[in-house]
Design a protein around this ligand. Structure first.
Ligand code: KG4
Length: 341
């Protein structure tokens, strides 16, 4: 790092309020305040998320400053997620960031949430930590996105393929919901899958051309299997939940891996990364590690705390991009009407 800028970042794109402080790429603190209020609805309720952000944002930032052992006046830049995300949630984070930038008289840097996920591998938690080499391929799989991104630099990323309908995380969450599991379903499916037979049930895998993904057919196929089996045996779910979870997880991973392998072949990259909430999945982490090991590639598997939404990745992305000359956002250049949803 040429510039060891002390950056405070705010992330509020969905249902987690995050604040983090980094010096360059070195993590000093990372605080996340998650919102339990959505569990009873089986998904994020945007209005409730915005209101919870309003309650959480000041304490979350204060704790991040305390834990970093600095005072607010030491901060040299404020980073904030500008989008994509829920408009009301983003507005809370951007409002807070603008206020801090104005009050402290330091530059404001806007960060694309997806760039931040892709750059999460640069969050430095120890001094000898290795970092990916550019260009690298990143499979970004979360609740709202599934993309294959060729990362040429912190500022230059090419989307090689993306989902044309549901995201991988949505497939986990929606299928989990129909078997009566709590939201978010991904982590629950992951733990049930450890005890199930992944080859027991077969689900349809959509075949879309190129490097794009589609998960809506899988969801329908999962639903039809349940409908048919429940007609024969009302206890079908209870008796087979582990095998259902394992088979679903196996199918989603297979679908993600087919296109990942194709993208590696087309680009010739030697470094392969995963990111986003679904990259916490143990089956996906093993599949990518095994594939890379047997093909002489370097795998980048993020620590679990940096897979789901967090402000550490926003802080690091802002510093890496600022080092490459990205201009700070002038306060009036971020009218709320520009927030990307
Ligand atoms: O990146 P993220 O925190 O939020 C956005 O969507 O931006 O990702 C959340 C998604 C949810 O769909 C959740 O079910 C999924 O990540 N997820 C998992 C696991 N942990 C989180 N999916 C599969 N296995 C997991 N262990």
């Amino acid at each position: 790092m040429k510039d060891e800028r002390l950056m405070l970042a705010i992330e509020s794109s969905c249902d987690d309020t995050g604040a983090a402080i980094v010096r360059g790429t070195r993590l000093l603190s990372n605080v996340l305040s998650s919102q339990q209020v959505h569990e009873q609805y089986g998904g994020v309720v945007p209005e409730l998320a915005s209101r919870a952000h309003i309650q959480n944002i000041v304490p979350t930032v204060s704790v991040a400053v305390q834990r970093a052992g600095i005072s607010l006046s030491d901060i040299q830049g404020i980073a904030v997620t500008l989008g994509p995300g829920l408009i009301g949630s983003l507005a809370v984070g951007v409002g807070m960031a603008k206020g801090l930038s104005l009050g402290l008289g330091v530059p404001l840097y806007d960060v694309n949430h997806l760039h931040a996920h892709v750059l999460a591998h640069f969050i430095q938690t120890d001094d000898d930590q290795e970092m990916p080499e550019f260009p690298y391929l990143c499979l970004l799989a979360s609740g709202g996105n599934s993309q294959l991104v060729l990362v040429k630099s912190p500022m230059d990323m090419e989307i090689l393929g993306h989902t044309i309908d549901d995201a991988a995380g949505e497939a986990f969450d929606k299928c989990a919901k129909v078997v009566g599991l709590p939201y978010p379903g991904g982590p629950v499916i992951d733990s049930l899958a450890q005890h199930g037979n992944a080859k027991r049930f077969k689900f349809a895998k959509s075949r879309v051309p190129g490097l794009d993904y589609s998960f809506s057919g899988l969801k329908t196929s999962f639903l039809y299997l349940l409908r048919d089996e429940l007609n024969k045996n009302p206890d079908f779910i209870k008796e087979n939940v582990n095998d259902l979870a394992a088979s679903l997880q196996y199918t989603i991973i297979e679908m993600l891996m087919v296109k990942l392998r194709e993208a590696v072949h087309l680009t010739g990259v030697k470094h392969v990364a995963i990111g986003g909430g679904v990259s916490a999945n143990s089956g996906l982490r093993n599949a990518v590690s095994d594939y890379c090991r047997s093909n002489g590639l370097k795998a980048w598997i993020p620590p679990r705390q940096f897979t789901t939404d967090n402000a550490a990745m926003v802080a690091v992305a802002a510093n890496l991009q600022a080092d490459m000359g990205k201009q700070n956002t002038s306060l009036c250049a971020v009218p709320f009407s520009k927030l990307r949803i």
